[in-house]
Design a protein around this ligand. Structure first.
Ligand SMILES: [Mg+2]
Length: 356
């Protein structure tokens, strides 16, 4: 019977094929080259974490994540899992910029901790709700391709569709109209991944409004450092504006909110880790801003932590946890159960419940 000392951290490549190439304004992905992180305790319990590196968004690659996590192994092994926040504060200082690698570590540490104390991770985060419903994302593509993808999403039971945009105002307008034709009852949101100028983003929103199509959200319309541009879009169109690439840290969230530049912040565990996710959620709550939860290309191992966070806090009005629908099926027990677009954490006994 151990007392919760970390015996080992193991890091390995986890290569997962996608069902179809995933194309957004900043690039194309054919496979998810992820990293599996295991935290092994002295009582034999293993916490599982996962990094889904995104070289353009977070600056991580599979190789850098593996190297960075091995680099800080000395600071993790021998530590008391019950002092998880002190541990993560220390490791965060050691690898400040490697956000992806650190997020995988945080998931594994908190999975190990919540398993150690015998509590499901969603209960640890607050236990607000047991189920969350995700949207499904449509890649960039021709109007016909986007129409077909939206038809399939409706057939698969999705009620919310996120459309990747950034092909140009005219082309995107046509694609959005086609999605609305394919899915007239679906809630639609847009994600430009920084592709537009502020004026083009406003023009796109204006054209969609003129078509009588309602948009739930416009995510990251402009470049990540252009907070003034986000504010311009927010003030010149009725669609709520969300920051994704503009917000990695609690400091980013505070700056965005001080400027009143956004309506919503998209928290992704892969960008900020679980500890900062809690901070950002608290900042948004206090500032009366909306919350979105998103993902990179995590398999169930990593995504489960986001599902548990979303259920634990119960305050994410926008839920974009669709990576597992884009990856080829992957054998992994626990985490959550899925029914169409709905994830449930009902019945998870400890941690995320992920078992490999
Ligand atoms: Mg996004």
């Amino acid at each position: 019977m151990g007392i919760g000392i970390i015996k080992d951290i193991q890091v390995e490549a986890l290569d997962l094929p996608l069902k179809e190439p995933f194309i957004i304004a900043t690039g194309r992905k054919d496979a998810a080259n992820n990293v599996l992180v295991k935290i092994i305790l002295d009582n034999g319990l293993t916490g599982f974490g996962e990094v889904a590196p995104s070289p353009y968004t977070t600056g991580d690659t599979q190789q850098t994540c593996i190297a960075v996590l091995n680099h800080i192994k000395w600071a993790v092994v021998g530590q008391d899992i019950r002092q998880w926040r002190a541990l993560l504060t220390k490791t965060r200082k050691l690898i400040r910029a490697n956000v992806g690698a650190h997020s995988g570590l945080e998931i594994a540490v908190l999975d190990a901790f919540t398993k150690f104390i015998g509590v499901p991770m969603h209960i640890f985060f607050g236990g607000a709700i047991k189920k969350v419903e995700t949207d499904l994302t449509m890649s960039l593509g021709s109007p016909d391709e986007t129409f077909a993808a939206a038809k399939k999403a409706v057939a698969d039971g999705f009620n919310k569709i996120k459309i990747k945009v950034g092909m140009g105002v005219a082309a995107d307008t046509e694609r959005i109209i086609r999605v609305h034709e394919a899915a007239p009852n679906a809630m639609l949101s847009l994600d430009a991944n920084q592709a537009f100028t502020p004026k083009d983003a406003v023009e796109l929103a204006r054209r969609i409004h003129a078509e009588g199509i309602e948009l739930d959200l416009m995510e990251q319309p402009v470049r990540k450092d252009d907070f003034e541009g986000l504010k311009f879009v927010r003030e010149h169109c009725a669609v709520p504006v969300a920051a994704d690439e503009s917000c990695f840290t609690a400091d980013d969230a505070i700056r965005l909110i001080r400027m009143d530049a956004v309506d919503v912040i998209n928290i992704k565990v892969a960008k900020c880790g679980l500890a900062a996710a809690l901070d950002i959620a608290g900042i948004c709550r206090a500032a009366n801003k909306g919350l979105m939860i998103g993902c990179m290309m995590e398999s169930k191992i990593g995504l489960a932590a986001s599902v548990h966070l979303a259920c634990g806090l119960g305050e994410f009005a926008h839920c974009d946890l669709d990576s597992v629908y884009l990856l080829k099926p992957f054998e992994c027990k626990g985490g959550y159960t899925q029914e169409g677009p709905v994830f449930s954490v009902e019945g998870i006994e400890a941690g995320t419940g992920v078992a490999l």
